[in-house]
Design a protein around this ligand. Sequence first.
Ligand code: GLU
Length: 465
Amino acid sequence: MTIRTRFAPSPTGMLHVGGVRTALFNYLFAKHTGGEFLLRIEDTDKARSTQPAVQAILEGMDWLGLTPDAAPVYQSSREARHVEVAMQMLAAGRAYYCYASPDELKEMRETAQAEGRAPRYDGRWRDRDPSEAPAGVKPAIRLKAPREGETLVHDLVQGTVRVQNTELDDMIILRSDGTPTYLHAVVVDDHDMAISHVIRGDDHLTNTFRQVQIYNAMGWETPHFAHIPLIHGADGAKLSKRHGAVSVLEFREQGFLPEALCNYLLRLGWGHGDAEFLPREEQISLFTLEGVGRAASRMDYAKLTHLNGLWLRGANDARLTGDVLARLEAQGISADATAQARILTLMPGLKERAKTLVDLTASAAFLARSRPLPFEPKAEALLTPDARAMLARLAPALAATDFSVAAVDAALRSFAETEGLKLGQVAQPLRAALTGSTMSPGIDATLAALGREESLARLKEVAAF
Ligand code: GLU
């Protein structure tokens, strides 16, 4: 059997982290088994689906590197096929026309409510002859669901779950306006796309019973199901805006690397020993559905940020430089070739200290800024008259070097010794003068990256000659 999975988001809102984790699990399961991963945009709800939401899904998947193995399938384009299958079920006697009016359905609901039962269609058209159909009423098509026995789902995460068939009513598969219902469309699409494993959020578990009944009515083989627990906020409540970023593109905005987000979401509710840092190749080779826990997981932004720091440290310097340059540009700081080279040179030191691309960009900005530099208050405070006088004496000592890391380091040490100062007493005001802040990579590396001309020019602006 060819393993084939799909991620089937509805473009009715943003692509949130819960959806991303579902997509990731589908992707990893397919890749682990040498199968295929597909994307289906479930845009049948025309009133609520939007083009920007479709775009956000495609952009998010692309950013995360969760590339499907075929062009996305748009559910709305398959309506004729959904209708066709409903007609086949009708012809086979596995479905029937229902002419119940909105008033009758309302009455059924109200009676059920009054009796404390779940609202359920009473099957009044199930065995009635269509010749009794009221004139001018457009019928819906309902599934002739089994009335005895139980429907079973052997879920790969939840175990065997069952429902008594008396609990399920004859669901509508085609509305009276001729449009397919969502549950019906999903089954037809999964069948036609030859999906072998349906991996999705456990909020869909109850839908599965009804979907299994549709597979059975068509005589189609059911796929394997795996319903994975949802992600909650740290307080255990359903993840929402107030917990922080929820939309995947917001995480990008906030400076998270896609690798870190995927790594984090995998580790959330999927265990593999203590391994924390898992590159994609390892994720693929280790992933199994047996490792998925049954409890809802809690989103921990602090852990994600920590993991992001690890991924930043391991990331390629040229790539990070590209990210930083784009972010600087967006802030109106454009870096010329010299500034770009400075950022690349200092990147190994910069990325050691950053937790997100936002931090990284902020810490790199001084390399691209033109003079006069803006000074943070803490940096300003370091530039006392004494410090400015000290920097004026330091400038010629630095100017005498070739501005290599080793040479400026040696010059700084010997200068500090001559002045009777600790290295830090020289480095801190110097850092303030060069960067406008109190934090940067090692002062020797900072000087070397900034280069002779720019370093001396910045010193000149603050030093009291
Ligand atoms: N379209 C559904 C959703 O976005 C998923 C349906 C499914 O995976 O079967 O929640």
